[in-house]
Design a binder for this molecule. Structure first.
Ligand SMILES: [Ca+2]
Length: 531
């Protein structure tokens, strides 16, 4: 093959490259202006796929084709380069076989060139494709980086915001917790205060209950005291009524006694005169008579203290008396008071003996005769049955003031007649009126009620006595000590001496024969006359 023949076809092929279509870039088509000067009928087309591009070649017509020119060749060169073809064309004159050979040769050349172009294009396309791919990757990477950066920035921003929000939430939470704690503390304090107040209320309720109970107790005590005072008042009213009746009776008796008194005084005067005469008769044999009397006294028994006194026993003390042959008794004889010769039947002086006794004890007597005692109703009945006896009551108050009440006649009946009292002829310093019941009264004790009261005086006033209802005296009442002796209705009472509620310090009741004083005075008068 000739060189000139190769060059031209290469150029011509470059010029024949009219346009190419590329698949790359998303099917984009590139159009390049055709440099060919082709004719309308004689042109053929050939397409070859190269990678993603499609190139379209315009092949020259084999016969009668319009001459084409290379741009960088003059018409001369073109003509020369196309000499082979021209030869071939000239060969029209040559046999057909040769011409086909020429064409085949030319086709081979074209094919070779096309293969080269294809390789070149393929290389370029690969390079371009790699470049494009690389640049695309870079752009994507940058975009991704940008996006990543943006994302990171946004993430950081949101993270900061989230942290701020978290911090605020934590602050709020801690504040709420503190407030909750404070509330809890306040609640605890309030609960403690409530508990204390509840306890105080409970204590107050308890105290209130105690006070109410005390008030109720005091009220009941006051009511009881009031009731007792009412009963006492009614009792006192009864006593006052009885005493006023008694007073009236006594006044009538006093009037009677006063009228009798003058009569008695004249009788006394007559008796004194008679005694004086008798003493004058007896004075001559005085010494002999006294000696014989003393001898007789030593042998005889004594019926009472007056009898002892007459027998020369003039010292106060305890003596034995003989009431009957079988009945003897020890008695206390007062040989000093008012001429002596007194047989003591009762004595109170120190409160050592209980006087709230039974009927039987009062009958038989109790205590010691040298101290406090009651001689015994039976003995007094026997004594006062021997003859007429007088009674002397000696009284001492707590200021050692002494007084007495004397009754010319004193007698008590036997047990069947309730040892009834009979007194007459009152005189003395212990009251203008008699405190014993002048019209008589039966004896009562705590177990035998013989008084004239619908009540029972002995249990009320204590002791045994001739109470009547309940009378102005009771020397056997309760012995009250000094300081407690005032305002006592059941004490040792002698109304007309110290009032109805004064309890006395000392008392004695003594009896002696009514004629004792006369005989003593007669003896004294006789002595005086003889001297
Ligand atoms: Ca009665």
């Amino acid at each position: 093959m000739r060189r000139s023949g190769l060059l031209c076809p290469r150029l011509c092929l470059a010029a024949l490259l009219v346009w190419a279509r590329c698949g790359a870039g998303g099917g984009e088509e590139r159009h390049q202006p055709s440099l060919t000067t082709g004719t309308g009928d004689g042109r053929g087309y050939s397409s070859t796929p190269l990678a993603q591009c499609t190139y379209t070649f315009i092949l020259p017509e084999m016969a009668g084709a319009t001459q084409s020119r290379c741009p960088d060749q003059g018409p001369q060169e073109l003509g020369s380069s196309n000499s082979l073809l021209g030869d071939a064309l000239q060969g029209a004159q040559v046999p057909v076989g040769q011409r086909i050979q020429h064409l085949e040769l030319a086709m081979e050349n074209y094919t070779h060139w096309i293969q080269l172009i294809e390789g070149s294009v393929r290389n370029n396309a690969n390079v371009e494709a790699r470049r494009l791919e690389h640049s695309t990757v870079n752009e994507d990477t940058a975009a991704i980086l940008d996006l990543s950066t943006n994302l990171l920035y946004q993430t950081a921003k949101h993270t900061r915001k989230l942290m701020e929000v978290e911090t605020q939430v934590l602050d709020q939470t801690s504040k709420l917790e503190i407030q909750l704690l404070e509330n809890s503390l306040t609640k605890n304090k309030l609960e403690t205060q409530l508990l204390q107040q509840t306890n105080e209320i409970t204590k107050l309720i308890d105290q209130n209950g105690v006070v109410e109970r005390r008030l109720r107790d005091m009220e009941s005590q006051h009511q009881q005291q009031l009731q007792a005072l009412r009963e006492e008042r009614s009792g006192l009213q009864r006593v006052v009524l009885q005493q006023s009746q008694l007073t009236e009776e006594l006044q009538s008796h006093v009037r009677l006694v006063t009228s009798n008194n003058s009569l008695l005084q004249s009788q006394q005067q007559q008796l004194r005169e008679a005694i004086r005469r008798l003493l004058e008769v007896c004075s001559k044999d005085k010494v002999e008579a006294s000696n014989s009397l003393q001898q007789a006294d030593e042998q005889r028994t004594f019926r009472d203290c007056a009898d002892l006194f007459h027998s020369g026993f003039n010292k106060s003390g305890v003596y034995t008396i003989h009431l009957t042959i079988q009945y003897t008794a020890k008695v206390y004889c007062d040989m000093d008071t008012a001429g002596g010769g007194w047989t003591m039947i009762q004595r109170r002086q120190d409160g050592t003996t209980d006087f709230h006794r039974s009927w039987k004890e009062y009958k038989m007597g109790f205590g010691t005769v040298s101290g406090e005692h009651w001689l015994g109703n039976e003995l007094v009945f026997l004594l006062t049955s021997q003859g007429q006896y007088s009674l002397r009551v000696e009284l001492t108050d707590w200021n050692d003031q002494q007084a007495f009440s004397q009754y010319e006649q004193f007698h008590i009946s036997n047990e069947k007649q309730k040892y009834r009292l009979s007194v007459k002829g009152y005189s003395g310093t212990a009251g203008r009126l008699s405190s014993l019941v002048s019209r008589g009264a039966d004896f009562s004790t705590k177990d035998v009620d013989n008084d004239n009261c619908i009540c029972q005086c002995a249990p009320l006033l204590t002791g045994g006595w001739w109470f009547d209802a309940c009378g102005a005296s009771n020397l056997n009442g309760v012995y009250y000590r000094q300081g407690q002796h005032m305002g006592k209705l059941n004490g040792i009472k002698w109304h007309y001496f110290k009032g109805p509620s004064y309890s006395l310090h000392k008392t004695t009741m003594m009896i002696r024969p009514l004629d004792f004083g006369d005989s003593v005075r007669g003896l004294k008068i006789g002595h005086d006359a003889s001297e």
